[in-house]
Structure formats: C-alpha cells, structure tokens
Design a protein around this ligand. Sequence first.
Ligand SMILES: NC(=O)c1ccc[n+]([C@@H]2O[C@H](COP(=O)([O-])OP(=O)(O)OC[C@H]3O[C@@H](n4cnc5c(N)ncnc54)[C@H](OP(=O)(O)O)[C@@H]3O)[C@@H](O)[C@H]2O)c1
Length: 295
Amino acid sequence: MTTSSPTAPPTERVTLITGCTSGIGEAAARALAAQPGTLVLLGRSASKLAALQAALRGGAATIETIQADLGERAQVRRAAEALLATHPKLHLLINNAGVYNQERKLTADGVEETFAVNHLAYFELTLRLLPALRAAAAPDAPARVINVASDAHRASSMGWADLEKAQGYGQGWGAYAQSKLANILFTRALGRRLAGRGVVVHAMHPGFVNSGFARNNGWLGNLAMNISRPFQRSPARAAETITFLATSPEAGRSTGGYWANERPSTPTRAARDEAAEERLWAVSLERCGLSEPAL
Ligand SMILES: NC(=O)c1ccc[n+]([C@@H]2O[C@H](COP(=O)([O-])OP(=O)(O)OC[C@H]3O[C@@H](n4cnc5c(N)ncnc54)[C@H](OP(=O)(O)O)[C@@H]3O)[C@@H](O)[C@H]2O)c1
C-alpha cells in the first residue's frame, strides 16, 4: 500500500452505507458494489444483511457487514467502533436509514424513534466516524458524507420546545418532516466545520420512491403507498443521485449543499437558518453525549 499517493487507489476505497436492506439504500448498495473497494453494509437485521451480502458477491467490491439498530445509541457507538477498528480510512459515508411511523414510538433509549433514527443516528455515526473520514481526505479526492434527506422538509420548521413530538404527534408527518429538515441543518453545520479539510458533505432528496417506506404502518399506510404508486419512481432511479454525489467531480468541489435529480436544489428558508443549524448541533451534541469534534 502506498501512502504517498494523494488519491486512494480504487481498491482501497471504503464506503459505509446505512439502511441498505431495503429500498433506496439497497439500490445504492447494488450500484456501489460494482465499483472496486470495500462496501460495508450497516443494517439491523442479520438475515437481511446476509442475504444482501450473498446477492452482492461477485461484484467488484468486497462486501462486509455491521449489524446495528440505529435507534439505540449504544449500538450506534458500537457500529462506529467496529468500522474504526477495521478501517482507519473511510472514503464515503451514506446516512440513509430512515423511518416514518404513523403512531408515535419510543426506542429502547426512550427517544421518539423518528428523531432518533432519522436525525440523531446520522449525527452520532458521522461524528464518531470523523477520524476515519479525515484520514481518508486527499486534496484532489475528498472523503464524502451523503445524508439522505427529503423535500418533506419543505413543510416543516424545528419544534424546539418539543423535538420529540410528545404533544400533537398526529399521523407522524410532523415528526418525519422535522427529521428531514434536521438532516439538511446538520449537513450545512457539518459542511461549514469541514470546509477546506478534505471532507465534503451533501444532503439530497431522492424523489417519491416505491420502496419499503411507510409500509410499517398497517393497511392504511400500505393503501396510501399503493394508490400513489403511479407517482413514485424506482429505488434504482432514486439511488442515481446518491451515486452521482458519491462519484462526480462536481460534488467533490462543493459542500453543504442540497441536491435533487443530480442537480443543486434550494432548500427552504428554515433549512438555511444558521442559528437553527447551530442550535440543532448543540442539542445533538448534548443528546449524544459528544463534545465538539477537534478538527
Ligand atoms: N421513499 C420515499 O419516497 C422517500 C422520499 C424522500 C426521502 N426518503 C428517505 O430515503 C431513506 C431511505 O428510505 P426508503 O424509502 O428506502 O425506505 P425503506 O425501504 O423503508 O428503507 C429504510 C431502511 O432503513 C432501515 N432502518 C430503519 N430503521 C432502522 C434502524 N433503527 N436501524 C437500522 N436501520 C434501520 C431499514 O431497515 P430494515 O430493512 O431492517 O427495515 C431499511 O433498510 C430514508 O431516510 C427516507 O427518509 C424516502
């Protein structure tokens, strides 16, 4: 292995993707498995991980797995430790795992699940993996973080007094939309901190996708998704924006952006509020028991 080369040879590239056992993440994993390097699949189901690992065998990438429920902080920490123990360099992190719950649910840690999985896990996993991302940074080939967000953020503002929606959870859209707004605020705050440090960060909207999304909500949730099927795109099409952000020179030259259909998109004013970005950052550090990372 050479250490003097500014760019990692393709075979040494390491990618970690969450939420890859279904939908958009699975489609992205299938596309990324065709590229040389190591692809680490992070999922909560051992059987789904094994099935996907077997399905991806024979591609150019070496496939590894880490089993972790991202709704539990201890498991997020252990997943990060497992990655760091085997891969001192991480070239690409894709935070994609997400839930939409029609009924309010708490994780084993007692945190509202949408907030825990869709936001806090993105935040904690990324911050814990920053040393490996920084180690992979090269002048002409930055390490990349991709946060799968959503245009659902357009209907949201941060409910600071009740981030876990203990009051007025309704059908769960408020919690979901807020979590996707949080993905963009986090992307911008992290992008600002890492500017000029060899790691770029992007948030993206995959479109309205025919995936496993919202199908954990009984017959009504399934009915809604089935009725809207003509308006949904395939997971493979949705994953194209992820692979674009993972590989394109253009996406390596900017940071902190929001993308849709392989193009920059402008998120709402609420998502471009630096005070909110920093407030969420401080709340998230505290909720995850982390200190401001030394960069
Ligand atoms: N579908 C859409 O129209 C749409 C639109 C905009 C944005 N998005 C975003 O796209 C991302 C992927 O969603 P999708 O549409 O592909 O949905 P999906 O098919 O339901 O996939 C969700 C993935 O997240 C994983 N996951 C959920 N909770 C987890 C946990 N506690 N720990 C670890 N993994 C967990 C799931 O694992 P299991 O297989 O074990 O359940 C699955 O692999 C989400 O962030 C979502 O917000 C989706």
